[in-house]
Design a binder for this molecule. Structure first.
Ligand code: G
Ligand code: G
Ligand code: MN
Ligand code: NA
Length: 252
């Protein structure tokens, strides 16, 4: 409860910030996108990890304001990031189920993009399978509205929820992010290699972009590249940070 009270005033007090993790192409290793990740530093509680405060924000409805803050802060930072990484740099922002249920989301996203002069096709919104499953006939228009604006919808943590191919058929998904639990087992776990191979095959057949996340070793990088993944994210490529320094791309 103490945390909830503190979170209520976190945005106004300027305690929230955003860090960026680079996403590179497997073939051309330049940074093609950055994922914005929320950070909260409370004067007494210190750094509260998103795994703790995001669920509280979701339960209390604070996620709407926090989500708007994260998107605006990320859009504000994009020109400087693009200065370093190239004018086509894309931005990925996480959104929760509650945000997808808000019929005003497309309009709010459009307002923030317009305010920062950012074209909608440079923005990807990352949603989990569970969040997408909760999208019913009544709220599907929110996802469709975002897609119609040109914003890309990315399925995050793919493979951990109810990975029903129906989700990919029913919603305008542009890309999937293979969950890092599969990447962890590469190259040793044959099951993980088989699962990734199958998921890549399915995604390719559907014309989706595949992002592999949680890549920590050059070996994982090489295997995932050879399996046909398009984009790479993980500590090997770069940790979440200010991205004022060049990413340490150590993969061969
Ligand atoms: O940055 P870190 O790996 O600690 O993030 C932990 C979790 O919090 C991840 O699942 C990530 O998707 C989620 N998260 C981080 N920032 C945001 C945000 O701005 N909005 C939402 N909804 N989730 C976020
Ligand atoms: O669920 P989502 O994909 O949004 O989660 C992003 C989270 O994953 C962030 O909190 C980020 O810090 C974390 N992360 C990013 N790369 C790696 C990695 O290579 N290894 C591990 N263990 N976590 C990572
Ligand atoms: Mn994500
Ligand atoms: Na993820």
């Amino acid at each position: 409860l103490q945390v909830e009270t503190a979170l209520r005033s976190a945005v106004e007090r300027g305690e929230l910030s955003v860090v960026f993790q680079p996403i590179i192409g497997f073939e051309d290793e330049g940074v093609v996108a950055v994922e914005a990740l929320a950070r909260w530093t409370h004067p007494d509680l210190g750094a509260v990890p998103p795994d703790e405060f995001v669920p509280i924000a979701e339960q209390t409805g604070l996620i709407h304001g926090i989500g708007a803050f994260v998107l605006a802060a990320a859009c504000a930072a994009l020109p400087a990031l693009a200065e370093r990484h190239g004018p086509g740099l894309q931005l990925a922002v996480n959104v929760s189920a509650q945000q997808l249920h808000d019929p005003g989301l497309p309009r709010r996203v459009a307002e923030i993009l317009t305010a920062h002069g950012i074209s909608p096709d440079r923005l990807a919104l990352e949603v989990t399978e569970t969040a997408l499953l909760s999208v019913d006939a009544g709220t599907a228009t929110t996802v469709e509205g975002l897609d119609a604006m040109g914003v890309r919808i990315v399925l995050d943590d793919f493979g951990t929820g109810y990975s029903s191919p129906t989700l990919l058929k029913r919603h305008p998904i542009a890309a999937i992010k293979l969950d890092r639990s599969f990447v962890d087992g590469i190259p040793d776990e044959r099951d993980d290699v088989a699962i990734v191979t199958a998921l890549v095959g399915m995604a390719k057949g559907l014309g989706l972009l595949i992002v592999a996340e949680g890549i920590e070793t050059p070996e994982q990088f090489a295997v995932l590249r050879d399996l046909g993944c398009d984009r790479a994210q993980g500590y090997l490529v770069g940790r979440p940070g200010a991205l004022t320094d060049p990413p340490d791309v150590t993969a061969a």
